[in-house]
Structures are given as structure tokens and as C-alpha cells.
Design a protein around this ligand. Structure first.
Ligand SMILES: [Zn+2]
Length: 330
């Protein structure tokens, strides 16, 4: 696949059916990339077998898929910037959530990203909610930032979930004229998945706080689905990339780990053991909505930055062990 000569994704599924008519020149193909953070194939495969992810199943059955190796210490900005530039983190410069004490952002990119390469080659580009795309850059189309967008209540290097109207420190929408259009037609949506509650909020109220959080996650997913549907309907582009990150957030926090796993916390990990697999089922519904816009001339590529697995050994009693990208890398 020429779009990403250097693939580091965990899961790749592609489907394309080209026009077979030899007499007419083939129409310009469209490429639709869906980035899903924390796609764990070992959890997804049983769900597909059970028929719980019919849309992903259809993509897989019409294409190819596999478990691929990601970069070392695969945190989100690091991996996505590798996807954007086809280079290693040390080359593109976005080596982690924090670089030199500052939250990873697009101004740090030392290599040309795909949206720029495509734009200057006359390919129209549309991107929405893709991690590590803040502040947005000018493109031949539109860009709406995703995970690591800065705004109200955000601290450096820490995830937060600002609404479009709460963004600070840079633009979340290009072109600027698109922002009022989105606020009018889609609403004031959350740009990224909800951050996880702090230990003090959880203590003694685990079940209630977890359920409330999961409810917010679904609200955000619904908003993102509406956003994607609007963009794909009103602003179709040759190359479109959309991001989803609630799977990652839920996986790092609520993976159904067992008592012998590092970081097991009975008051949290026993509350909603299906929460993580359920995220993939919810993603599948988003995918179904997106696929309505993919015709036979569209390549669909689904990629991820990393899988999610618990630590199997019982090491130290680090309550954050399971949630730490460095420690759970594969
Ligand atoms: Zn992650």
C-alpha cells in the first residue's frame, strides 16, 4: 500500500474493489483511514467470532489483516507521528506525550507529515479527531484535531477532553470558517475521549464513578459519529483519516485483569469486566456509520498504535502499572 510505506500498525484491514471496466479510465480512488487506539486483536477476534463486530468482520473478509509490530514504547503521539511521517520517533521528533517538558504538538514534527505531502500533490485531505494533530495545520481540505488538543483544565502532558468551544493554545479546526459551521450543524462536541477520574474521585464511589464515566464515553462516541457522518456527507475528500481513542482509555484503565496481574485493584477491576470488550462493539457501530460513505472505489484501512495487555508477573505494588504505556509495552 503506497499511502503508508512504513506500517507500524497492530491491525490492518483493507478493502477495495476497483471498477473493472477496461474502456473507461478508473475514477480517482478514495482512501479512508480509521485510527483506533489500543486495538487488541486477542480481544477483538473472539468478538468477531461471536458476530458482535459485523462491520469490522466485513472489512476483514474483504481485505487483509494482521498483527504488526509497532514502535518501541508505543504511546499515542509517538506512534501516530510515525504513521504521519513514515519515520522513527527519533527522526520525527514527537517522542512522547511530553517533549522537552511541553505537550507533544504538530509544531514539533521534524519530518513532513502525510497531510502535507498529499495537499501539495493536489489530493484533498480531511482529518478529524486523529491523535497528535493539534494545533491543526493548513491542508487542502479540513483538519479537526484529536487527542492531546489543549484546552480548559488541561495540564502539560496529561490527557484532557475539551469541547470544541473550550480549546485553548492553538486552533483545533482548519479552516477557521469550518468551526462555526460545525458548532451549528454538529454541536459543541468533545474532541477527545474523556480523561479517567482521579483516585480521590473514585475512592468509595467506584461503581458510580465508573458507570458515569462509561456513560460519558458513549456520549463522546455518539458525538464523534455525528461529526464523521457530517464531514463525510458535506465535505468528502480523496484522503480521509478519522480517529477513535476511547478503546485505549478504557483498556488502560478497565482491562479485565485478574488478581495475579500487576496493578489489580479489586474495587475497580471487578466493577465492569465487560467495559473494555464493549468498547470494540461500540466502535463497530461507529465503523458501520463510516462505511456507509465508502463506495467500491474506496480503500478502507483500519490501523492502531498498539494493543493492550495486562502485566502477567506480580512485581511491585504499583497502582499505575497497568495504565502505564512504558510498562505495558509489548
Ligand atoms: Zn495507549
Amino acid at each position: 500500500m503506497r499511502v503508508f510505506p512504513y506500517f507500524i500498525s497492530l491491525l490492518l484491514a483493507a478493502t477495495a474493489l476497483h471498477g473493472q471496466n477496461q474502456e473507461k479510465p478508473a475514477p480517482r480512488p478514495h482512501v479512508l483511514v480509521i485510527g483506533v487506539n489500543g486495538m487488541e486483536l486477542d480481544v477483538i477476534r473472539p468478538l468477531i467470532l461471536k458476530g458482535a463486530m459485523p462491520n469490522l468482520e466485513r472489512v476483514i473478509n474483504n481485505g487483509a489483516y494482521g498483527k504488526l509490530r509497532t514502535v518501541s514504547a508505543p504511546n499515542c503521539p509517538r506512534v501516530y507521528s510515525t504513521i504521519f511521517t513514515s519515520t522513527e520517533p527519533d527522526e520525527h521528533g514527537v517522542t512522547g506525550f511530553l517533549v522537552g517538558g511541553i505537550t507533544a504538538n504538530t509544531n514539533m514534527l521534524k519530518e513532513e507529515p502525510i497531510w502535507s505531502v498529499l495537499s501539495r500533490n493536489d489530493v484533498s485531505v480531511g482529518m478529524a479527531n486523529v491523535p497528535a494533530t493539534f494545533p491543526v495545520m493548513p491542508v487542502n481540505g479540513y483538519m479537526i484535531s484529536g487527542m492531546l488538543t489543549r484546552g480548559k483544565n488541561c495540564e502539560d502532558g496529561v490527557l484532557c477532553a475539551p469541547k470544541l468551544s473550550e480549546v485553548m493554545g492553538g486552533d483545533a479546526v482548519y479552516p477557521k470558517s469550518l468551526q462555526p459551521e460545525l458548532l451549528k450543524n454538529v454541536g459543541d462536541f468533545y474532541i477527545d475521549c474523556e480523561r479517567m477520574p482521579g483516585a480521590s474521585d473514585l475512592k468509595g464511589h467506584e461503581k458510580e464513578v465508573i458507570d458515569k464515566w462509561l456513560g460519558k464515553v458513549q456520549l463522546i462516541r455518539d458525538e464523534q459519529t455525528k461529526l464523521f457522518d457530517y464531514l463525510l456527507t458535506k465535505h468528502p475528500t480523496d484522503f480521509t483519516m478519522l480517529g477513535q481513542s476511547c478503546e485505549d482509555r478504557t483498556g488502560h484503565w478497565l482491562y479485565p485483569i485478574a488478581p495475579f496481574n500487576v496493578g489489580y485493584n479489586v474495587s475497580i477491576n471487578s466493577v465492569r469486566v465487560e467495559a473494555f470488550p464493549d468498547q470494540y462493539i461500540a466502535f463497530d457501530q461507529v465503523l458501520g456509520s463510516i462505511l456507509k460513505h465508502a463506495d467500491e472505489n474506496t480503500y478502507v484501512i483500519i490501523i492502531s498504535d498498539h494493543g493492550i495487555k495486562p502485566l502477567r508477573e506480580f512485581e511491585n505494588k504499583d497502582p499505575h502499572a497497568h495504565m502505564d504505556h512504558e510498562k505495558t509495552r509489548r
